[in-house]
Design a protein around this ligand. Structure first.
Ligand code: PMV
Length: 357
């Protein structure tokens, strides 16, 4: 992959505005552990959400001062920390997009979900930003076909935040090289090419909010702890095997195996955290209570519902659209005592990012 391009400089620097809306995603096969630079230690598989997304508007104009500047507004308020981070990110991309040095940027970003709700805002935010940068390139330099455009956006999003590379597509997405799957790569994500069974085409994700504070351990620190982890080799092998089996389940509509693999992946992710050195624990008592109640409900009613977890205590409750009514009754009656006034967010599989005109 060679994206370096010293020719992409303007003789006369234009100005303009480009806006993209991009979703967050939830991983079923977890990415946990990486090499430099944002290369995953194992392949992962996720689906993009429908309602949880970030809308990012990038205004660009010829640089006025000695060097390019980045002003960042998050949910309508100026955010210096985000501005500085974005400036560093843009500088790191100057071999790929030399034009970033020719602009002053004003960036406004809005999330459709509450901050720190346990939804990866870095995935939606970084993918929206990557799409906007690739769109500036496409608008002023050369036309790309859609597949080139999204592949490059995924590559750029990955450099910003690993799992963000999976958010540039809708539906189910794979990131990481798998020998048997042509076109998969460690450098960018690819949409799952197999036909997905109708059971999973409209999969629901109800996010039960156990805690809404900031993360206790950053995912950067968590990934780093996989470097000397005693179970790392087995874990990376297991992810390959689980991904293969999950792909089969997604194609055949095998809910039983879907549930088994998805829950095992979530618990393995947290088991890795609990067995790293130093160890840490992100689940809360309510997380375990909810898990146990979900499993009891499934066993007694045979409703195909299961959970997954991100790097945090909140529960993503996953189920086919066909059982939504009974699952939402169960959430209201059986699970709401554990979420208190934080409640839940109802989401589902989404179609992916959109350009906003
Ligand atoms: O993209 P990062 O560095 O925030 O890591 C994401 C890690 C998990 O959310 C726990 C798993 C995943 O594959 O999304």
């Amino acid at each position: 992959m060679q994206y370096k391009n010293p020719d992409l400089k303007f003789k006369v620097t234009p100005s303009g505005q480009i806006a993209w809306e991009s979703p967050s995603n939830i991983a079923l096969i977890k990415y946990w552990g990486k090499k430099e630079v944002q290369i995953p230690q194992n392949p992962s598989l996720s689906f993009s959400l429908n309602r949880a997304h970030t809308k990012t508007t990038v205004n660009y104009e010829p640089v006025k001062g000695k060097e390019s500047s980045v002003n960042f507004f998050l949910n309508g308020e100026s955010n210096e920390a985000f501005g500085n981070k974005t400036k560093i990110f843009f500088e790191s991309l100057s071999d790929i997009f030399p034009f970033v040095k020719q602009f002053d940027f004003n960036i406004s970003s809005e999330n459709t979900f509450p901050h720190s709700a346990g939804i990866a805002s870095s995935a939606s935010g970084m993918s929206a930003l990557a799409l906007a940068l690739c769109d500036i390139e496409r608008t002023h330099f050369h036309q790309k076909d859609d597949s080139e455009f999204y592949q490059k956006a995924s590559y750029i999003a990955r450099l910003g935040s690993g799992s963000a590379c999976r958010s540039v597509y809708g539906g189910f997405t794979i990131w990481g090289k798998i020998e048997a799957q042509q076109g998969t790569s460690d450098l960018f994500a690819t949409p799952v090419s197999e036909k997905i069974h109708p059971e999973f085409e409209h999969i629901q994700d109800t996010i039960l909010l156990v805690e809404t504070g900031a993360k206790k351990v950053s995912s950067r620190a968590g990934h780093a702890l996989m470097n000397n982890h005693p179970f790392a080799t087995q874990r990376f092998q297991q992810a390959h095997q689980n991904l293969k089996e999950l792909l089969n389940a997604l194609q055949s509509g095998d809910l039983e195996n879907f549930i088994r693999i998805t829950e095992s992946e979530a618990l393995t992710l947290h088991a890795m955290m609990m067995t790293s050195n130093p160890y840490f624990l992100l689940m809360k008592p309510e997380t375990l209570q909810i898990i146990s109640i979900i499993q009891d409900f499934r066993n007694t009613t045979h409703t195909p519902v299961c959970f997954t977890l991100d790097a945090g205590p909140n529960i993503h409750l996953l189920y086919p659209l066909s059982v939504k009514k009974q699952v939402m009754e169960f959430v209201k009656e059986g699970l709401s005592p554990f979420t208190g006034n934080r409640g839940w967010i109802e989401d589902e599989l989404g179609k992916g990012p959109q350009k906003i005109s």
